[in-house]
Design a protein around this ligand. Sequence first.
Ligand code: PHE
Length: 445
Amino acid sequence: MAEQSEKRGGFGGKLAAILAAAGSAIGLGNIWRFPYITSENGGGAFILIYLGCILLLGLPLLIAEFSVGHNSKSNPVDAFSKIRKGWGWLGAAGLISVTLIMGYYFVISGWTVNYAVASATDSIGGNYDGFFVDFTTATWAPLLFTYAFILANHFIIMGGVQGGIEKASKYMMPLLFAILITLAVYSLWMPSGREALGSVFTPDFSKVSGKTFLDAMGQAFFTLSIGMGAMLIYGSYFKKGTKISGTAISVVSLDTFVAIIAAIIIFSAGVEDVKGPQLAFVAMPKVFSAMPAGNIWAMLFFLLLGLAALSSTISMHEAVTSYFVEKRGMSRRRGAWLVTGIALTLATIASLSMGPWSDFTVVGMNIFDLLDNFTAIIMLPILGIMTSVFVGWIWRKDDMKAELTAEGGIDKATYPFIRFLLKWVCPVLVSVVFIFGLIDFINGL
Ligand code: PHE
């Protein structure tokens, strides 16, 4: 047993576990997706609903996922089936979802690299919309940046859990926080920034609908990397004595902090006229260009985005790679190349669907948007429901309690509360939000 776990690898300590898991959580979801979803959904009102989802649903589900991984010390498929035979499909469904997410996530990650380079060399020029459209709809340029990003990811994964993931997180996360704080201080220092902020954070409940709740929940699950095996596999690498609940609370706090600060940075720029996925890419360079040494600030911003994306994509890649290595008996090298190959293929399709293949649509969406919407609106809620059902109802009560309250686990007093959330609140609330939000979404198509 000991020999086997040595071979599996694991994080060196508690801080490493927090940094890696926070790296998975903090990503494009916080800096790119959260601000634009917030601005589309009535600002402050959306943030309140979102925070409710994080606390009532996201945190218990994160604890659940860490526990399943930590308990079974396995890849996502074996983890579920070791605890209860016949449930491996739940891990597989998560891995399929995370693979689809990789398909479009890597493309945006590639954009961040191009924007960081273009900002540093001051080559965006004055035409921000035009630059974005020309670049993202081109054939080769976005592909090349995306491929470079996927390869960077690949080599971190090849380095192993400690030598690759842990080491990368140890350098990337502090750098990410330093850039984030610098940008936040800078934007709040501008008087116009403080003014613009007020208008965005004031709740506007007239914009709240069933879809708002679904968006808030989808965002909460997405940003915490819930249900897709990424947190599960990291949980399986926690060293003995790593507190699961403590780690989960740290990850949730850091993740929420970054999302709010990112929204402050972006909204303080007063960019209400730019909506949707372009918010970070079109509005930010425009704002920075009006500032002294603007191109340096812009470069820092895109570097921030790229670092956040990289620490998230390594967790996605690792979750799927671990499956090929442990379940299919491949060497780490082979497994990693296979996942990299799948990522390259899907990302190529997603990137081309923005430009040359944009005529191909399903329910009015190109492949890129389809991957984003299908995973966030449909797969994430279903995986959230099933994970809570698994932990709350399927996992043997005593075993689950032993895992959750064992060395490092939740203390005996908070345990019943977490169990109640997982057994009742998560399945019921997520199902209700899912069904009503979906009806709203379909009506809106
Ligand atoms: N949580 C990441 C983000 O907010 C995305 C992610 C999803 C990472 C699924 C891993 C698994 O960007």
